[in-house]
Design a protein around this ligand. Structure first.
Ligand code: C5P
Length: 314
């Protein structure tokens, strides 16, 4: 990825020079509004063609501070930590260490705090968003010299969804997740994110997609007017595979659709669902409250945002 990349302008803004003592980065949820699995690759991964967006809630926060000792990253995890690695195997730490190693700065002391709200195993790209936020935050903290292409390449080596999270906004994502073409979609499109009380393993869903012979989802949802110009139909080819891995998804989705009065789309490999609708912030808040009461699960009244990671407070 040595060429000028779409999304490079935003990344260049984020990674401008200047050493700081402490940096805070907000990591946003990733939602796939259309996900077609194009085929299985020789390396075991799958080629995708997806329309992916960043949404404001839920979001995680990565804070990094320079410390005199010990060298390397000292990690603290707080919040919704179920199923999230607590040590150096956390993807945010691995991402930060990759950047520091590449920059020849592994010996520097960095204290990293990750405040989690995006649940693991929900298909919301939380780990990838944390990795992207860690890369951008440590780049600023240590004033590492690296261009947008270098950052995206580093992100891709950490996880398939990290390049999208580094760019964010609304992007057509292809290949394994590294071919990014930003699309014009205004920020502020409302969406509910509903999180069932069970989680799903992404590798298991992809394996089920293979075992089922590579199904194409026939459940196609008409897009709300705010996005219809960019994407007329919402669909997710991983839905049939995820439902085979976790049959409780079907019942959850049907209850969600009844409560929301609108169709729901599986987020990535699940288990969360997105519900898109037209209306004001007030409608989003009242709809979220209604669904929360009916299903007794966390429901975020969220909206699309123009990037995957934001430095400083929201
Ligand atoms: O790259 P990442 O570690 O996030 O991928 C997690 C798992 O998801 C992979 O091990 C693979 O099973 C599956 N995957 C895939 N094709 C992709 C992205 C992920 O098969 N494009």
């Amino acid at each position: 990825m040595g060429r000028a990349l779409p999304g490079g302008r935003l990344l260049n803004e984020l990674t401008r020079a200047g050493r700081l003592g402490r940096v805070r980065a907000t990591a946003y949820t990733k939602l796939t509004l259309a996900l077609r699995v194009v085929g299985r690759r020789a390396d075991g991964f799958h080629d995708l063609d997806a329309l992916t967006v960043s949404v404001a809630d839920p979001h995680d926060v990565v804070e990094v501070a320079a410390v005199p000792h010990p060298g390397g990253i000292t990690f603290e995890l707080v919040g919704e930590t179920e199923g999230v690695p607590v040590g150096s195997d956390n993807i945010a730490v691995r991402a930060g260490e990759s950047l520091m190693l590449r920059a020849g700065r592994s010996g520097h002391g960095v204290r990293m705090t990750l405040r989690k709200k995006i649940p693991a195993g929900a298909g919301l790209g939380g780990g990838s968003a944390d990795a992207a936020a860690a890369i951008i935050a440590i780049q600023r903290l240590l004033d590492v010299e690296i261009d947008a292409a270098g950052i995206l390449e580093l992100g891709a080596s950490v996880g398939s969804d990290v390049p999208f999270c580094l760019t964010g906004g609304a992007v057509r994502v292809r290949g394994r997740g590294e071919v990014l073409d930003p699309v014009e979609l205004a920020a502020g499109v409302p969406v509910l994110v509903a999180i069932p009380p069970f989680r799903i393993s992404t590798p298991r869903v992809y394996a089920a997609w293979d075992e089922l012979g590579g199904p194409r989802s026939r459940r196609i949802i008409e897009a709300p007017p705010a996005i219809a110009g960019v994407l007329p139909e919402l669909v997710n080819d991983l839905e049939p595979a995820a439902e085979a891995v976790e049959p409780r998804l079907v019942e959850f989705r049907e209850a969600l659709e009844r409560a929301a009065g609108a169709p729901a789309l599986l987020a990535g490999s699940g288990s969360a669902y997105a519900v898109m609708f037209s209306g004001s912030d007030e409608r989003a808040t009242s709809l979220a409250r209604k669904v929360r009461r009916a299903l007794k699960v966390p429901v975020a009244a969220s909206q699309t945002v123009s990037r995957g990671v934001r430095l400083g407070s929201r």
